[in-house]
Every structure is written in structure tokens, then in C-alpha cells.
Write a protein that binds this ligand. Structure first.
Ligand SMILES: [Zn+2]
Length: 182
């Protein structure tokens, strides 16, 4: 793989800013998801350096460089099943489900990101609900304020959705359950 120096620097920065959501290694190959202008998916062969990315460049890009950086830093899961080749994201989620704290971090990043790219509100709602479950599981009450901010923005964009009212109820319910636990 011949990445340009500028690309490698940008990749390092991406990694440091937490834009690499997950990396899964299977044999000599890496699979990852990186948040750029949109979410991008990378596949990379460590032996040959051959890589593909779903960004407009198609590969040899900062998303590939960021994936390498994450791998070099030890931030990856090692997959045992071949199914990762077709379903890398499902594999990553399975690993993450074992570590609710980490799963919550990844979910909150995706949630904030999808607020700016998801025009339907569906993806945001789905991630919002996942975040609620993970806050319950991990007991990380302090993360609730992020959901408050997301909800405010959501209300602004989708003021007349029944879904908006439901999401607010679900958030109030978990807030109440934390207060009761005090
Ligand atoms: Zn790319």
C-alpha cells in the first residue's frame, strides 16, 4: 500500500478524533467503519496493502489510513468466523455488545453524526433507542444529557412526528428510573 504522507497524517488525525468506530480483523484482513462526511466502510489486506473504501475516492484514502492507525494502536477486534467477510458490522456489534460502555460510545458518535445526515429521522430514532438501552446496561447516567441535546434537535427538525413524542417519553422514563435508584 502506498499512501501519501498527507493522507497518513489525515488518517492519524481521524483516528485521534475518534472517527474510527470499529475495526475487525479476520486473518490478514481488516474491516472497519469510519465517520467522514458520511459513514464509510473500509476493507484492507494487510499482506498486499490492497484496500477498498466506500468514499468517493474508493480507496488509498484517509479512511484507510485511519483504519491502519487504529490497527497499529491495537484498537481492533479479532474475528473468528468467516461471516465477517459479508457482515463486518454485525460482527463488530457482537463484540461491542459484550462491552456496553464501548458500545455506548460508538452509538453516541453515530447518533450525533446521523443527526446531520439522516433526513428521514429513522436512523436517529433507532440509534437513540439503542443508546437508551446501553445507558441502562452501563449505568452511565451522565450520558443522558447527550440524548437531551439530540432530542432538542430532533424536535426542531421533526416537530410533528408522533415518533418524536414517543422518543421523549422513552427518555423521560429512563431519567425517572435513574432518579428512583438514587
Ligand atoms: Zn475512503
Amino acid at each position: 500500500m502506498q499512501l501519501e504522507e498527507g493522507t497518513i497524517k489525515k488518517g492519524d488525525r481521524y483516528y485521534r478524533r475518534g472517527k474510527v468506530l470499529w475495526v475487525v480483523k479476520y486473518g490478514e484482513r481488516l474491516f472497519s467503519k469510519v465517520l467522514g462526511t458520511y459513514p464509510y466502510y473500509v476493507e484492507l489486506d494487510l499482506k498486499t496493502g490492497k484496500n477498498v473504501c466506500t468514499c468517493p475516492l474508493g480507496g488509498d484514502c484517509k479512511h484507510v489510513a485511519a483504519t491502519m492507525k487504529a490497527y497499529d494502536s491495537g484498537a481492533y477486534f479479532e474475528a473468528l468466523s468467516k461471516s465477517v467477510e459479508v457482515f463486518p458490522e454485525a460482527t463488530a456489534m457482537e463484540f461491542l455488545s459484550e462491552v456496553p460502555e464501548l458500545a455506548l460510545d460508538v452509538t453516541l458518535k453515530e447518533l450525533k453524526f446521523s443527526l446531520s445526515t439522516d433526513e428521514s429521522g429513522s436512523e436517529v430514532a433507532w440509534l437513540f433507542r439503542r443508546a437508551i438501552k446501553l445507558i441502562e446496561k452501563s449505568g452511565r447516567e451522565e450520558a443522558l444529557h447527550i440524548l437531551e441535546e439530540v432530542l432538542e434537535e430532533y424536535k426542531h427538525v421533526f416537530p410533528d412526528y408522533d415518533l418524536t413524542i414517543k422518543l421523549e417519553k422513552e427518555l423521560r422514563a429512563i431519567e425517572a428510573s435513574f432518579q428512583k435508584a438514587l
